[in-house]
Write a protein that binds this ligand. Structure first.
Ligand SMILES: [Zn+2]
Length: 262
């Protein structure tokens, strides 16, 4: 037990620290990391675009500002780019040959009329659908009898996820993951996850597990839909705007990570 004068000593010291403000500064004032703040803003913006609670013009202006900031805030990562890009791309579906998995031999990619900022425009499909063997459409691979791993195509920073999708939701992407790669200044979108294994703010390497394949999403859940991963690659232009890129050739030549590999 602390003697009385000892206890007083601690109390006085505590009061002195309070007066100096050091306790308050250290313990009670949350310091928000600018990168973390930008990630939160991205998630809010994407939600607002999806819900049409922001006009396309305002969304575009907000996106530009955000991605000029992301470029600035991830400058320190650029030192690792050469080594990172040398390792090449990883096919996002574990154990699958790109040739067999990519839908329609790459003809699923339709960038015409793409508008990231207006979710009411739904004609385009600036993405590739990557399929698995799932004849009964239950989301589980017919041969391996598991939910297949979704792997990161490149390294990057997780900007946003959804993992609480329900079948009542109108969201077409279902459960999804957004990743920003500062070396390429590009944004990647993976959709229709069964479960998501990453969190916003997390850095991943090419080939890391992002989650499991599933059938979440307004259309993807329908019985007629064949189980697939929707994969979109958006280059960020000098002006800070998203521009779809056809990754068909890169996907065909990407590295396949097999079932037993780490
Ligand atoms: Zn798709």
């Amino acid at each position: 037990m602390i003697p009385l004068n000892g206890a007083w000593h601690f109390i006085m010291l505590f009061i002195a620290m309070l007066q100096q403000g050091s306790l308050l500064r250290k313990e009670y004032v949350p310091v928000i990391d600018p990168l973390e703040l930008n990630i939160q803003k991205f998630q809010t913006l994407y939600q607002n675009i999806g819900d049409s609670t922001i006009t396309p013009d305002s969304a575009e202006a907000a996106f530009k500002a955000l991605f000029l900031d992301f470029k600035e805030l991830t400058q320190t990562q650029l030192a690792n780019c050469e080594e990172d890009l040398k390792k090449g791309y990883v096919f996002p579906v574990r154990g699958y040959s790109p040739r067999l998995s990519i839908g329609g031999r790459g003809r699923g990619y339709r960038p015409k009329d793409f508008n990231f900022f207006d979710s009411r425009i739904r004609k385009s499909h600036p993405a590739h659908d990557l399929f698995i063997r799932d004849r009964d459409n239950d989301g589980i691979d017919d041969v391996m009898c598991i939910h297949v791993d979704i792997l990161a195509y490149t390294s990057g920073l997780v900007l946003g996820i959804r993992e609480d999708w329900t079948s009542a939701s109108q969201w077409r992407g279902g459960n999804y993951v957004w990743i920003y790669n500062p070396c390429l200044n590009a944004l990647m979108y993976y959709a229709h996850f069964h479960t998501v294994d990453v969190k916003p703010g997390q850095w991943v390497k090419a080939g890391d597990i992002l989650g499991k394949m599933g059938r979440t999403g307004f259309n993807a859940q329908q019985p007629r839909s064949t189980t697939h991963l929707h994969f979109m690659y958006l280059n960020i232009t000098k002006e800070g705007l998203p521009e779809p890129v056809n990754t068909y050739t890169q996907l065909l030549n990407s590295r396949v990570i097999d079932w037993w590999e780490d």
